[in-house]
Design a binder for this molecule. Structure first.
Ligand code: SF4
Length: 363
């Protein structure tokens, strides 16, 4: 981020807290959108505990700690979406502690079945865009938004191409590798990141790796706070092929391209209302997500589900109850691991996953 700011001294950088923020608006305003995923275990929490409860998820505490220690002073703004009470509280704490920073809490519609959902989302996006225009000192023209939507469409397409390739041939690319490639996009311009993803896909195709006798699984629950990289590796090394996951969900939120036609702001709002994926942080308007999970396991040929949920993450933990019930009635095995950013017990998790893998293989 610092290198980019030095290269572009007149431009702004605006952070986006997970899970989903329409970063197209940030790019259209001329700023660099940065996804913030907390401190990832690299920061000792000391200052943040005096501002926010110690019994909340690691990402909220470590993000605040990074800010209070000055590591995020390169950011000119930060957008929090309405995902949970913790994010709501954090946005208020942030606004008080960083009064010179542009801080917005984006109210995404919860009831996406309502006929008011699209007009409401457009109004909310306009409000955010107006703030970004003031921050960046220029009005956003429809062509700016179209260009940003186009760049994001290409970026999501490249991300999905890599993920789809992993789903079809999980031995060619490890999940921790695709995760690292996608995660790099958090601090890169979309166009640069898209090119990196395409190179990664081409390189994966040339690898010539052979399939191993591993258990294919779906990994669920880490849509906001991200597990340590070692933990993702441990799941794979313990004998799983991760066919699908919800890591970094917001950065690849839409499966299909958003039309960048006559009214791009409306198109962006309509896409959120009509095409958002099922997630624990917004009401889903299609088949209940707990019913979709056994269906998805069958479609993919997944033999089980690994739940990786952040400690104290209420949206993820509430959904566990629903998911587990459905998996049990469908007789699909699962294992549930709770993680935090700074965790030393990766070997214990590896053993747990190995036991799970054996139970699936030898049942
Ligand atoms: S990890 Fe869970 S509780 Fe924490 S901010 Fe994200 S959604 Fe909210």
């Amino acid at each position: 981020m610092r290198a980019w700011k030095e290269e572009h001294p007149s431009r702004r950088a605006v952070g986006a807290f997970p899970v989903y923020v329409p970063t197209e608006l940030i790019q259209a305003a001329g700023a660099l959108p940065i996804w913030l995923y907390g401190g990832g275990g690299s920061v000792e929490i000391s200052h943040a505990d005096s501002r926010i409860q110690s019994f909340v998820c690691s990402i909220s505490r470590s993000t605040l700690e990074l800010g209070l220690r000055g590591h995020l002073d390169v950011l000119d703004g930060l957008v929090f979406p309405s995902i949970c009470d913790v994010a709501r509280n954090l946005s208020g704490v942030w606004a008080r502690n960083f009064p010179r920073m542009f801080v917005e809490f984006l109210h995404l519609p919860q009831n996406r079945r309502s006929p008011s959902a699209v007009p409401y989302t457009i109004a909310e996006y306009r409000r955010l865009l107006a703030g970004l225009e003031r921050l960046c000192g220029k009005p956003v023209a429809p062509e700016d938004l179209r260009a940003a939507i186009h760049a994001h469409n290409e970026n999501r397409e490249a991300a999905w191409a890599l993920l789809d390739a992993r789903r079809r041939t999980p031995w060619a690319t490890d999940a921790w590798e695709t995760y690292a490639f996608l995660r790099a996009g958090a601090v890169l311009e979309r166009e640069t990141h898209t090119s990196l993803l395409r190179q990664a896909l081409a390189a994966a195709r040339e690898r010539g790796r052979r399939p191993k006798d591993k258990v294919p699984v779906i990994l669920l629950g880490a849509f906001c706070e991200q597990p340590p990289l070692d933990l993702i590796r441990a799941v794979e090394e313990a004998g799983c092929y991760i066919l699908e996951d919800d890591l970094l969900l917001g950065s690849r939120w839409f499966r299909t391209s958003i039309p960048d036609g006559a009214d791009p702001l409306r198109a962006l709002a309509e896409a959120y209302v009509a095409s958002s994926p099922p997630s624990s942080v917004s009401h889903y308007r299609g088949t209940p997500k707990q019913d979709l999970l056994p269906q998805r396991c069958r479609q993919l040929g997944a033999s089980g589900v690994v739940f990786l949920t952040a400690k104290f993450c209420e949206p993820a933990l509430y959904d566990q109850v629903l998911y587990k019930e459905r998996l049990e009635s469908a007789q699909i095995p699962y294992v549930h691991i709770e993680f935090e950013e700074k965790m030393s017990a990766v070997d214990t998790v590896r053993t747990q996953i190995e036991t799970f893998v054996e139970s699936v293989l030898f049942e």
